[in-house]
Design a protein around this ligand. Structure first.
Ligand code: GLN
Length: 544
């Protein structure tokens, strides 16, 4: 059974608990410990799959097909912990389970209440994370979403308080992540909101062992450290300064300097060998000092939210390291190509074009024009999920002359449904958790670019979609448009096209899966890596 670290947040939301949790996970793993990671989200959605990514950020998908909070993406990129359905718990999921038990009569006539029934369910989810022998870990890091003081977070805080008590005398560790606002007039970082937040936490019965203080551009000084330590009843080693640091992969190194791992291990009474962060430090160094630069245009619906495509942004950072280059990703609104602007004038300055995942028909025609531009002008192109579907629509329209070819997602009555609903999706009415989700086996065709990128005959990549390439058009696209189907998922009676590429093009590839979900700094995802390599070649050819 693991020892537990609980991470809570105070003062404001978006304070970076996810990166703090992931960074601690990395530091503990660097000391030879096995880590399990989990996120508790106090919202009532059963999972974030039904939430708007432009407001809430990306939906991260695990191998076993859970649609989860984007913080799990940080866990994946920083640690080796296994992520699954069990790794993300929400209020909606907890209530769902409790209500189903009630309907089955499992509460034997009792009144079902927040305490103990909801809190018991939360505690059982925490235990379940590491219940299977193969999932056991030395340390489990459990992050609680939201901010202390929120009404909806209370059952989770009460549950971890009880959990800690029930584990005694085995110790657990509480980390509270807060913000010290900088008041320019006073020229000072202010500690009062942190003091109040810790007081609110202690009212609930939780005393933090560590307080991580976010400080923006400023650095926490010894006076503030002392003050927070004293008022919040935490040792001075337990006060960790967290100024803004780029790239985010350097954040664990800042915590390491302040011995966060040491303080946590002392609280947990665990002895561990010295760390080995050699590889990680090397990656951070390379990320900071790249030799080259490429510019990629990500063409899509306008996105105001930086987190909506978090994993894609990060996959480019990793692919950049592999190519010793900085990847500058600009989001380019596709709707402008429907309103007079031409891809020629907008995309010319870029070294490569990406079309990412998406739903709904806004901006689709503009995306088709962008693909056309990339194909004809031989700009490296990567299409992800919807991006592959758009590329195939473009080929059908412009190489096969099927002017009205479309996905039935965008035009239900198209005469040429080049992309159509997966058979198992017909008749599905519920929106939540019903897409084709998670990792599927994909066989790669020898001699293709995709095969060369992965260096493997079989890969497993993660999916999140309802529509598929319509095989009725495959032969014609291969013959007349130069399409090469390079990856398929084999079913008993059907082949699903998972990766496709173009023959006469420097680099043009689309995948039905989401390669971004498995990319990590230590293992850059092959398609991203090769796409960036092609972009760099394009740039160098242009510059020479
Ligand atoms: N909307 C498309 C589908 O459902 C693509 C989804 C995606 O890009 N993730 O198939």
């Amino acid at each position: 059974m693991p020892r537990y670290v609980f991470v809570t947040g105070g003062v404001v939301s978006s304070v970076g608990k996810g990166i703090v949790s992931a960074s601690l996970g990395l530091l503990l793993e660097s000391r030879g410990l096995k880590v399990a990671m989990m996120k508790m989200d106090p919202y009532i959605n059963v999972d974030p799959g039904t939430m708007n990514p432009y407001e809430h950020g990306e939906v991260f998908v695990t191998d076993d097909g859970a649609e989860t909070d984007l913080d799990l993406g940080h866990y994946q990129r920083f640690t080796k912990s296994k992520l699954s359905q069990k790794s993300n718990v929400t209020t909606g999921g907890v209530y769902n389970a409790v209500i189903q038990k009630e309907r089955r009569g499992e509460y034997l006539g009792r009144t079902v209440q927040v305490i103990p029934h909801i809190t018991d369910e939360i505690k059982s989810r925490i235990r379940m994370l590491t219940a299977e022998p193969e999932d056991d870990a030395d340390v489990a890091i459990v992050e609680i979403g939201g901010t202390v003081g929120d009404i909806e977070g209370l059952p989770f805080l009460e549950a971890i308080r009880q959990f800690h008590l029930e584990m005694a005398p085995t110790p657990s560790c509480f980390i509270h992540v807060t913000l010290l606002p900088y008041i320019a007039a006073a020229g000072e970082l202010k500690t009062k909101p942190t003091q109040h937040s810790v007081r609110a936490l202690r009212d609930i019965g939780i005393s933090p062992n560590v307080i991580v203080c976010r400080t923006g551009k400023h650095r926490i000084g010894p006076d503030q450290r002392r003050k927070i330590a004293m008022f919040c009843n935490v040792t001075e080693e337990g006060i960790i300064g967290a100024e803004d640091i780029a790239p985010i992969y350097a954040i664990p190194l800042n915590f390491k300097k302040q011995q966060l791992d040491e303080t946590v291990l002392r609280a947990l009474q665990i002895d561990a060998p010295a760390e080995d962060l050699t590889e990680w430090r090397a990656i951070v160094d390379r990320m900071r000092r790249p030799t080259h630069e490429v510019r990629v245009a990500a063409v899509g619906k306008y996105v105001g939210h930086d987190d909506a495509y978090k994993s894609i942004n990060e996959a480019f950072a990793h692919a950049g390291v592999a190519n010793d280059c900085r990847v500058k990703l600009d989001w380019v609104d596709s709707e402008q190509f429907e309103n007079g602007a031409t891809p020629e004038e907008v995309l010319e300055e870029y070294d490569a074009v990406l079309i990412g995942p998406g739903f709904g028909n806004r901006g689709v025609e503009g995306k088709i024009r962008a693909v056309h531009y990339a194909r004809v002008n031989k700009k490296p192109f990567l299409g992800i999920c919807l991006g592959l579907q758009i590329a195939v629509i473009e080929l059908a329209r412009n190489c096969l002359g099927l002017e009205k070819a479309n996905s039935t997602e965008f035009d239900a009555d198209t005469p040429d449904p080049i992309i159509s609903l997966l058979s198992e999706q017909r008749g599905v009415e519920d929106m939540g958790g019903t897409m084709r989700l998670g990792a599927y086996r994909c066989e790669l065709q020898a001699g293709t670019r995709s095969h060369a990128a992965y260096g493997s005959d079989v890969i497993y990549e993660r999916h999140r979609h309802r529509y598929e390439f319509n095989n009725a058009y495959r032969a014609r696209l291969e013959k007349e448009a130069g399409l090469v189907v390079s990856g398929i998922h084999r079913r008993a009676d059907h082949e699903l096209v998972e990766v496709a590429e173009l023959k006469d093009h420097p680099w043009f590839c689309g995948s039905q899966f989401h390669p971004e979900f498995k990319s990590t700094p230590l293992n850059p995802q092959p398609l991203f890596r090769e796409f960036v390599k092609a972009a760099l070649a394009q740039r160098q050819a242009r510059d020479s």
